[in-house]
Design a protein around this ligand. Structure first.
Ligand code: SAM
Length: 211
């Protein structure tokens, strides 16, 4: 159980970390983006219907190119420097999106404000992941869709415990947890699982859920 004091401290640390890596982020991810992430993003967004769509943890805006044509897009991030990059990318691509500085754990939107919400590689670094997932369930209307492309703990002997062992070190270096149980967290947040698809073994999964 994470205390609210821990959440406050870890949220501030996450913001500082992403503000620091924002200028290097795209270069750091260039290889994986070309090797796999780009295709996965395309596949995910092809399933998202146009409507009122929220992207949480937009980062530097790598998903912007895949936004559904005609969708009314809103995207948030905790880091102003990541968001500044997303703003530049939106301008370069001519993509219309309402970009806002906001914490996923406390979304400043009314209930049922969106038809769908999407995250890609975000819930590894949100300190209170269940609170953030609960917020998605609150702002997406009943019957709407929640799509999460996330890396998580591999529930296999040796690999799972090894990920647990290495996690504190990886958090210190990269800021992201490698042993999040995101499928379980989705259920704990009260969301209904529609489908879970393994994209790279159990390590990266595409989760389709509903509020
Ligand atoms: C690994 S990056 C992924 C960025 C982007 N979604 C992508 O696929 O390239 C994680 C992003 O989540 C953001 N983030 C982390 N915790 C957050 C929170 N509590 N609220 C909103 N954004 C958060 C970070 O600032 C960062 O931009």
């Amino acid at each position: 159980m994470i205390t609210s004091d821990d959440v406050t401290k870890q949220t501030a640390a996450t913001r500082t970390r992403y503000n620091r890596i924002a200028p290097m982020y795209d270069a750091m991810e260039a290889f994986t983006e070309r090797a796999a992430f780009g295709a996965w993003r395309q596949e995910l967004w092809a399933a998202v219907p146009a409507g009122r769509v929220l992207e949480v943890g937009v980062g530097t805006g790598k998903n912007l190119a895949f936004y559904p044509p005609g969708a009314q897009m809103t995207a948030i991030d905790l880091s102003d420097r990541m968001l500044a990059r997303a703003r530049q990318r939106a301008a370069a691509l001519g993509v219309r999106v309402d970009l806002r500085l906001m914490d996923a754990q406390h979304l400043e939107f009314p209930d049922n404000a969106f038809d769908a919400a999407v995250t890609t590689f975000v819930f590894c670094s949100v300190p209170d992941a269940v609170a953030g997932l609960r917020e998605l369930g609150r702002v997406v209307r009943p019957g709407g869709a929640i799509w999460l492309l996330e890396h998580m703990r591999v529930d296999q002997p040796f690999i799972g415990p090894l990920m647990d062992l290495l996690n504190p070190l990886v958090v210190r270096i990269m800021g992201a947890n490698i042993n999040r149980r995101t499928v379980e967290n989705v259920q704990q947040a009260g969301l209904k699982l529609v489908a879970v698809r393994a994209m790279r073994g159990e390590l990266v999964r595409l989760i389709h859920a509903r509020p």
